[in-house]
Ligand binder design. Structure first.
Ligand SMILES: [Zn+2]
Length: 728
């Protein structure tokens, strides 16, 4: 069962279907109830309506051929799931149906960020065309109440205002005219806009106890001249603190308690604001209440560089069991008199479980688990809500009976599959979707994923297809072997794999991960010879590498060349920083090498003249290592009819490139098997794409289907089209 009851004693016997309820004031823990089942009567005792409600939900899950007792309560009184409506357009019926799911999971609060889906009447520039109507929102509020889900509306007070400030009508209150993320806290128009939004939101949520006012990632504090002056005079804490104080007072004046994101405290001294508000200490990294001693080094790296010294006491190892305290900010905030909620992320059930454990041990009374449609309203969607079910279900389960979930984590996915009415073997889908940053873009797994069917069946098919595309032509050249010439780097190889640019190490190895496996490697059907050396070329302040490298070639009339290389240092990325020169016997011809806008996101293959692939799977979310992506460029020979003597790669601007492999190829006929394989993959892709459109239509609005499909399958389509061009 999920959540699992605290005390359950069941025996064989058919229980009576007549249910009697008894109000019992002695059952005073949160949502506490006692069910006594005999063959003659089923009795529920509780002190609260919510206790009776959850007892009834538990009864639905108990098999009818059992009698006995269930005594149960919630470990954490407030169990909040965040539904973020930004970026993706939602299917209203699906959104409304979620409250019943939350009730089944014993989740009793929902933080709802409407963003541009709320029908504001004071302006027609914020709401998008498919925003919800007032009638729909009233119905959501009603449905939430019927399911014992407390709604907490979220209205950002000045940061993450991309969805507002992108409109020129609001240009006057931007902190920066080129960056639309934040309003100016000193411009009265900023507070007035917040006041207008808050008034209308509260009008639709008159009974709410809490309002979340956001305030996270206010990265432009002190940017405009007025704000810069105030920061100079009295510090950034005062700039932020004064504005937040104003916001808190306004919310308090409505009789509500504001919540705010507390990441400001990661980097700054505290504003003098402690009363009548709640700091939400969101932390998506720690997986356990205490990180084990073995991860001390990792934690130091994670916190060491950014945390002010005052957090040091909360990072010190516990002398008794020699482990390290996680959630240092919660400790610091609590110690300094703030009421604090912990905020985890539904991306990872382990993170949610860790927050539940911290809430129980510190008695904070609440856990929030956030679902994000995207990082902000201008960036790519991250995941569909239903695909984050593992983290969502963990919120209910761990906040209800934390000890059970900590002790029985190994069976969590199986219990979840059962809860979602899936076959037992379909638990693998929940594991595959858990602990992943993004679920829509093509995903990479180190090992072949083993998806099941059932509720997340479509997701399972997608990741299996992603894996097949990732490994397509990774073991077999697209032409016969004689079609390729692997040009040795020879004397141009001027570096080992470990070197520095501008004082920063550029390692091609991290621990046991090796980005450059030695020997012949096939990438997108093209074999490369990789050595233990690189050819560095380019120009960069303070570096002494040649601006170009030149290779004599054996094949005199190749159809094209392919490069494996990586940008390792740059000061800005102009479109045409590098070029490939084809030196023919009569004259030379230049072909520019163009970087896409998404350097590092090599899995998104842009439909440009280059194609990027890396050999090793690395965490590109960690920017320290994003420069290690190896990219595959396939470049057509502009004049295969002319006699080619040499190939030269050079750089004009401030950039250093590490070349690892260079292969020339001729297009050979007789590749029917490859063509058949491409045809087959193309058909599979379109079948899956159709199914994707049908399925996600249940969750998202019509205006989002095309974009999400393109995000999920666009790079696969381009990849197949490009291989097809090579063959033709
Ligand atoms: Zn300002």
């Amino acid at each position: 069962m999920l959540p699992y009851p605290h005390i359950m004693q069941l025996n064989a016997g058919r229980r009576s279907s007549t249910v009697r309820t008894v109000r019992d004031a002695s059952l005073c823990r949160p949502d506490e109830y006692l069910i006594t089942m005999t063959e003659h009567s089923t009795e529920i005792r509780s002190a609260t309506d919510s206790g009776f409600f959850y007892a009834e939900r538990t009864l639905r899950e108990l098999p009818p051929d059992r009698i006995g007792t269930v005594h149960d309560w919630a470990d954490v009184p407030l169990r909040i799931v965040m539904v973020d409506l930004k970026r993706i357009s939602w299917n209203y019926s699906y959104l409304r149906s979620l409250f019943s799911l939350f009730a089944d999971l014993k989740i009793n609060a929902c933080l709802l960020e409407y963003e541009d889906k709320f029908p504001y009447s004071f302006t027609d520039r914020i709401a998008v065309a498919d925003a919800f109507s007032r009638e729909q929102i009233a119905e959501l509020v009603r449905t939430a109440r019927e399911n014992h889900v407390e709604l907490i509306p979220l209205v950002q007070c000045f940061s993450h205002w991309e969805y507002i400030l992108r409109h020129d009508e609001f240009a006057a209150i931007r902190e920066d005219q080129k960056n639309v993320s934040q309003g100016c806290p000193l411009n009265p128009g900023t507070f007035e806009l917040f006041r207008s939004m808050l008034t209308e939101i509260l009008d639709m949520h008159p009974d709410c106890r809490y309002v979340h006012v956001g305030g996270d990632e206010a990265r432009l504090l002190g940017h405009c001249p007025a704000c810069a002056e105030k920061v100079k005079r009295s510090g950034v804490e005062t700039l932020f603190g004064d504005y937040l104080e104003q916001v808190v007072e306004l919310v308090n004046a409505h009789g509500k308690t504001p919540l705010f994101w507390a990441d400001f405290f990661w980097h700054h001294d505290a504003p003098l604001l402690k009363q009548n508000c709640i700091a939400v200490d969101w932390e998506y990294t720690p997986r356990a209440l205490r990180a084990g001693e073995v991860s001390v080094g990792i934690e130091r790296i994670r916190y060491g560089g950014t945390l002010p010294d005052r957090y040091a006491p909360f990072l010190d190892p516990d002398p008794k069991d020699r482990t390290l305290f996680s959630f240092p900010h919660t400790s610091w905030l609590t110690e300094h008199g703030y009421r604090t909620f912990g905020g985890g992320v539904v991306n990872a059930s382990a993170n949610v479980l860790a927050h539940a454990g911290a809430a129980v041990r510190r008695n904070t009374g609440a856990v929030l688990a956030t679902y994000w449609g995207s990082c902000d309203s201008l960036s790519t969607p991250l995941a569909l809500f239903p695909w984050r079910i593992a983290g969502i279900a963990m919120l209910g389960a761990a906040c209800w009976n934390c000890g059970y979930e900590e002790a029985n984590n190994a069976t969590f996915y199986r219990r979840l599959a059962e809860k979602m009415h899936d076959a037992p073997e379909d638990w693998t889908n929940y594991a595959l979707a858990d602990d992943q940053g993004t679920l829509i873009s093509p995903m990479r797994y180190r090992e072949k994923p083993e998806p099941g069917k059932g509720t997340l069946g479509l997701f399972g098919k997608k990741v299996a297809f992603d894996y097949e595309m990732q490994t397509l032509f990774q073991d077999k050249p697209i032409f016969e072997r004689s079609a390729f010439e692997q040009v040795p780097l020879g004397s141009q190889a001027n570096s080992t794999l470990d070197f520095e640019v501008n004082g920063e190490p550029c390692k091609f190895t991290i621990g046991r991960l090796r980005f450059l496996p030695q020997g012949e490697r096939i990438c997108a059907g093209i074999p490369f010879l990789l050595e233990d050396r690189l050819a560095l070329y380019g120009c960069y302040p303070g570096q002494t590498v040649p601006s170009s490298v030149r290779f004599s070639v054996g094949k005199k009339h190749p159809d094209g060349l392919a490069l494996i290389q990586s940008v390792v240092g740059y000061t800005g990325m102009p479109d045409r920083a590098a070029e490939c020169l084809f030196h023919y016997r009569d004259t030379s011809v230049s072909v520019p090498l163009i970087w896409g806008k998404n350097l590092g996101n090599w899995w998104v293959i842009e439909d440009q003249q280059d194609l990027r692939i890396a050999f090793a799977n690395v965490d590109f979310g960690n920017h320290d290592y994003s420069r290690l992506g190896l990219h595959l460029w396939i470049c057509r020979n502009p004049h295969p009819e002319k006699e080619l003597l040499a190939v030269e790669l050079n750089v004009h601007r401030d950039v250093i490139i590490a070349l690892a492999g260079l292969t020339l190829f001729e297009k050979k006929t007789g590749n029917a098997a490859c063509a058949d394989l491409l045809d087959r993959k193309q058909k599979e892709l379109e079948t899956l794409s159709d199914e994707f459109n049908r399925e996600i239509g249940k969750y998202v609005g019509a205006s989002s289907i095309g974009e999400l499909n393109c995000q999920a399958f666009g790079s696969h389509r381009n990849f197949l089209a490009r291989l097809r061009k090579l063959l033709n």
